[in-house]
Design a protein around this ligand. Structure first.
Ligand code: GDP
Ligand code: MG
Length: 602
């Protein structure tokens, strides 16, 4: 392979702007799939992706293309668009020298376009600006070029126009990839070193990795090790993904290849594979650390399924490197895990994949953002080693006496909206405890707003609400803004005086009362009537903020007796009240599973 003929690039865009459709066209034009084949969106391989029409995993394809009598190797990396999966985007761009920045010519620049554009800029990637869907009658390429000029300072002359659906302009785009994006600058003489951008599990071959080779070359049979480890492995599998595997004997710096070192060979995203004689323990750039925005408990439906779920979670955790997994236990739900996610969609997709790909059914508890506290006199509370502690499970919160300061995570939200909705969008943001930053004009009808918002206010249904108050026209994206001091309280839910640990949450003090009312109302609705009356209480610091009563579903066992036999009647009533006691003692686990997730939605 001649490195000068390699191009590594990815397509980045706001969701639905046509990445997957364009990827299909590129696969056709390079002969990977037949034109017009029924296999729409070849790169969206996961069942969850097909069902939801979103791309979750970034998938790569190595394409051949002859240009000026030279045969180029084009490595396309399709990336997910949704904010929750932005770490997949970050990883894919780390192997690229350039990106196709795709913008729907009808919708124009959207919030996520802004986010992926700045990501590409930060990574010094060549940006090929492209307007898609120009076949649609309402497409307005000139206006979009103006938006790109004012927001990104992109020269309108350099913007290409295509229709990914019809295939218009796709050949020219491919040639722009070759002429505008540079070949990777690589070091062929140094020892082999690659970084892992993706991993997945193969039943027979163990862990397979997608690797970007920074230096040297590798062959089937090469002796390698993971940097930082001394154990040697042998490269057993080497292949190009087109996107189906095409085995190769060797690969060189600049290439993106699939590598496998056998069932015990290991491999994790962000780690580095080096030749066994490589001098450096660690070299080059690893993957950026993942920030978990949402935590939830994951438990088997019953404990006998624990081993199976454990296996499934381990395998899925390998493929989805964005999750963090720690063992956890709960009196009501038994042994399980505390899992960190990038967002609610990520959580949803994770549980759906557990079920679809591993046939494992799990109970998920109400999601929570991570909080931070500064502990007073840290030494007296032995379990906390440091002064500042991240709380990923509200139950871990120590008694308020021991807490000096509470912090909650904030984000900078970017919203692009038509001007006529500015009023309602601002109202929504302020209602969600947002603080405005300066706004700017996208064009004469569209504004870009920025707000500092608490993550907890954004997570649950901010996006849906924004869409509905703007008839779907506003778009939203957010980036991390770190922890900041905030008055927080712990809210407990009690059923007949018994704490439901899964429903404990941390809320902003100003939200305590309305949240308490909402939770008790909702629980009253969601918990089916029991044989006993159920008192539903929301408490903060020993004070009941709200109480609801769920009336008993009373089986009148004495109705048939006409009051005749008094002893018999007494006996029956006694049996019934014993039944009530039993019920009461298990009242807190008679809650339908979806309650744990649904109760926190607005
Ligand atoms: P992604 O979310 O960026 O991967 O977007 P998709 O490729 O899934 O496309 C979203 C929708 O836009 C699909 O219904 C496509 O058929 C449609 N679409 C994509 N490109 C074009 C195009 O050039 N013209 C038209 N009319 N529709 C397109
Ligand atoms: Mg897609």
């Amino acid at each position: 392979v001649d490195v000068r003929l390699i191009r590594n690039f990815s397509i980045v865009a706001h969701v639905d702007h046509g990445k997957s459709t364009l990827a299909d066209r590129l696969l056709e034009i390079t002969g990977v799939i037949k034109p017009g084949a029924e296999r729409a969106q070849v790169l969206d391989q996961l069942q969850v992706e097909r069902e939801r029409g979103i791309t979750v995993k970034a998938v790569t394809a190595s394409l051949n293309y002859v240009y000026n009598n030279e045969k180029y190797l084009l490595n396309l990396i399709d990336t997910p668009g949704h904010v929750d999966f932005s770490n997949e985007v970050v990883r894919s761009v780390s192997a690229c020298q350039g990106v196709i920045l795709l913008v729907d010519a009808n919708e124009g620049v959207q919030a996520q376009t802004v986010a992926v554009h700045s990501l590409a800029k930060r990574n010094n990637l060549v940006i090929i600006p492209v307007l898609n869907k120009v076949d649609l009658p309402r497409a307005n390429p000139e206006n979009c070029k103006g938006q790109m000029k004012s927001l990104f300072n992109i020269d309108p002359e350099t913007v290409l126009s295509i229709s990914a659906k019809k295939g218009w302009g796709v050949k020219e785009l491919l040639e722009a990839v070759i002429t505008r994006i540079p070949a990777p600058t690589v070091d062929l003489k140094s020892p082999f070193m690659a970084h892992i951008i993706d991993t997945w599990h193969d039943r027979y071959r163990g862990v397979l990795c997608l690797a970007y080779i920074h230096s040297g070359r590798v062959e089937v049979g090469s002796a390698v090790r993971w940097s930082g480890e001394s154990k040697q492995h042998v490269v057993k599998h080497l292949a190009l993904l087109r996107p189906s595997e095409e085995p190769v004997d060797s690969a060189v710096a600049g290439q993106v290849v699939m590598v496998g070192c056998g069932p015990k060979g290991g491999g994790a995203v962000g780690s580095q594979l080096v030749s066994s004689d490589h001098p450096a323990a660690t070299a080059g750039a690893g993957a950026p650390a993942v920030k978990h925005m949402v935590y939830a408990g994951v438990f088997p439906a019953d404990q006998s399924q624990h081993p199976m779920l454990s296996d499934a979670i381990k395998k899925l955790g390998l493929n989805d490197s964005a999750v963090s997994i720690h063992p956890d236990s709960s009196p009501a739900l038994g042994q399980g895990w505390r899992v960190g996610f990038l967002g609610l969609l990520h959580l949803d997709v994770f549980s759906q994949r557990l079920f679809q790909e591993y046939k494992a059914e799990a109970i998920l508890t109400a999601p929570s953002v991570p909080y931070k506290i500064r502990v007073k006199g840290a030494k007296i509370i032995k379990q906390y080693k440091g002064e500042e502690v991240i709380i990923t499970n509200p139950l871990q919160l120590p008694h308020p006496h021991h807490i000096e300061e509470y912090y909650e995570p904030f984000v900078i939200g970017t919203i692009i909206t038509p001007v006529e909705y500015l009023g309602s969008v601002n109202t929504l943001c302020i209602d969600r405890r947002g603080a405005p930053l300066p706004s700017s004009a996208v064009d004469d009808r569209t504004t870009l707003l920025q707000y500092i918002l608490p993550l907890s206010e954004v997570l649950v249904d901010f996006h849906d609400t924004l869409k509905s108050i703007t008839s779907g026209f506003a778009s939203f994206d957010y980036q991390d803004y770190g922890f900041h001091p905030s008055p927080l309280v712990r809210m407990d839910i009690l059923l007949n005086g018994v704490l439901v640990e899964e429903l404990t949450s941390i809320v902003h003090a100003s939200r305590a009362e309305p949240t308490a009312r909402r939770l008790t109302d909702k629980l009253k609705e969601m918990i089916p009537r029991q044989m006993v009356q159920v008192a539903i209480q929301a408490m903060v610091g020993g004070k009941v903020l709200s109480r609801e009563t769920l009336k008993a579903y009373r089986k009148d066992v004495t109705a048939k007796l006409y009051g005749g036999d008094v002893t018999r009647r007494k006996k029956l009533l006694k049996q019934q009240s014993e039944g009530k006691k039993k019920m009461r003692s298990v009242a807190n686990i008679k809650i339908p599973r979806n309650t744990f997730i649904d109760v926190l939605k607005r």
